[in-house]
Design a protein around this ligand. Structure first.
Ligand code: FAD
Length: 384
């Protein structure tokens, strides 16, 4: 087993690190306070190829394997989780789903724009009444006389929602019960009948445009359907299986940032006449963070390796997401403890890390849902 990086992978990581240092790090606090990252960052992410990772060059992608994707995602997460989330959704959930499930026309229409950053995608699964129980979504897609579909319903907590040019939207198009009746559609966000409302007041990820989408008789052609009718839930679940690896990689980045900050601060701060790094209980906090970073990273890289080798990976992705998200919260909280009162104000980075980390145990399946997925895989019994 070789846990080292290839030269190419190490170069991708350096590229991402430099990008974060130059384009993201100087603005993080200002974007967080303003509750909006500078939208120009999306174009820059596209130019450097980070929005096209794992997508074929034929469609504007920059190729690369899933480990490279993880490395970039980790660095972005280390810099700013709001920016990381933009990539994880627009590339990870939307462009990658189009690449995997879309027909030739859909790939040619959407992928060059999404991979270059000219366009932004969002993923519309959650509704006000259905979060964890996504298969019971109620947004309707009614076909009119064998022609267009007319969509009606409300989507909640949609990352990139107010910025996006296209939404990969999940709606019930047949009367089949549960997730069996769900189909996926690519809906341009300027389609008449679609309105968006920014959700303000988030605990973390404040720089991200999170929105509620309301669809009132939104008309799309049948050619907007991604994959076969009634296969939409498979489209969503396969996107989330890889998406969880991306969230986990972002969490590794948060935990690494917490570690870096804690080590640096412990070396600078003095109490009781000596550096706080000399106090054993401070070293315990730091070593707990370090172990969480390594364990989360190894679980995450394993998922990337499985995907790149064409092996089953969904359960490992759930394990990585479950552990890494809880680890990121612990790591950020431990780092805040190292900072004492200074950790509680946003002149220092660790408070934001904790606020941003907290949602990672909630979205793309809560920690409880990951445990049910892992439990089902091991026992063969569904406890949902
Ligand atoms: P609920 O499902 O109501 O869960 C409430 C509690 O009950 C949780 O603790 C949960 O674990 C527990 N629970 C539920 N069912 C079970 C069970 N069977 N067994 C044990 N415990 C259970 N969604 C999208 O579609 N696209 C996005 O881009 C997107 N981005 C998001 C961004 C943010 C900032 C946030 C906060 C959410 C986002 N979401 C998005 C939605 C997110 O995926 C959901 O919030 C999440 O799936 C949980 O759903 P819920 O909030 O309705 O909680």
């Amino acid at each position: 087993m070789n846990l080292g990086l290839s030269e190419e992978q190490a170069a991708v990581r350096r590229l991402a690190r430099d990008f974060v240092e130059r384009e993201i790090a100087p603005h993080v606090t200002a974007w967080d306070r303003a509750e909006e990252v500078d939208r120009g960052i999306v174009k820059k992410l596209g130019e450097v190829g980070f929005l096209g990772l794992t997508i074929d060059e034929e469609y504007g992608g920059s190729g690369g394997d899933h480990l490279a994707y993880c490395l970039v995602t980790e660095e972005l997460g280390r810099g700013d989780s709001s920016v990381r989330g933009i990539v994880s959704v627009s590339l990870g959930l939307v462009a990658k789903s189009i690449a995997a499930w879309g027909d030739e026309e859909q790939k040619r229409r959407w992928l060059p724009g999404l991979t270059s950053g000219e366009l932004i995608g969002c993923f519309g699964l959650t509704e006000p009444g259905t979060g964890s129980d996504a298969g019971n979504l109620t947004t309707r897609a009614v076909r009119e006389g064998g022609g267009d579909y007319v969509l009606s319903g409300t989507k909640m907590f949609i990352t990139n929602g107010t910025w996006a040019d296209v939404v990969l939207l999940f709606a019930r198009s047949t009367d089949a019960p549960g997730h069996k009746g769900v189909s996926a559609f690519l809906v341009p966000t300027d389609t008449p009948g679609l309105t968006r409302r920014t959700i303000h007041g988030k605990l973390g990820l404040r720089g991200q445009a999170t929105a509620e989408l309301v669809l009132e008789d939104v008309r799309v052609p049948a050619s907007a359907m991604v994959g076969a009718e009634g296969k939409g839930f498979s489209v969503a679940m396969s996107a989330l299986a890889k998406g969880r690896m991306s969230v986990a990689a972002g969490c590794v980045g948060i935990a690494q940032a917490a570690l870096d900050a804690a080590v640096q601060y412990a070396g600078e701060r003095e109490q009781f006449g000596t550096s706080i790094a000399r106090h054993q209980l401070v070293q315990e906090l730091i070593s707990d963070i370090a172990v969480d970073v390594d364990a989360a990273r190894l679980l995450t890289w394993r998922v990337a390796d499985l995907i790149d080798r064409g092996e089953p990976f969904a359960t490992e992705s759930s394990k990585a997401k479950l552990f890494a998200s809880e680890a990121a919260v612990r790591a950020a909280s431990n780092a805040l403890q190292v900072f004492g009162g200074y950790g509680y104000i946003d002149e220092y980075p660790v408070g934001k890390l904790l606020r941003d980390a907290r949602v990672m145990t909630l979205y793309e399946g809560t920690s409880q849902i990951q445990k049910l997925l892992i439990g089902r895989a091991l026992t063969g019994v569904s406890a949902f």
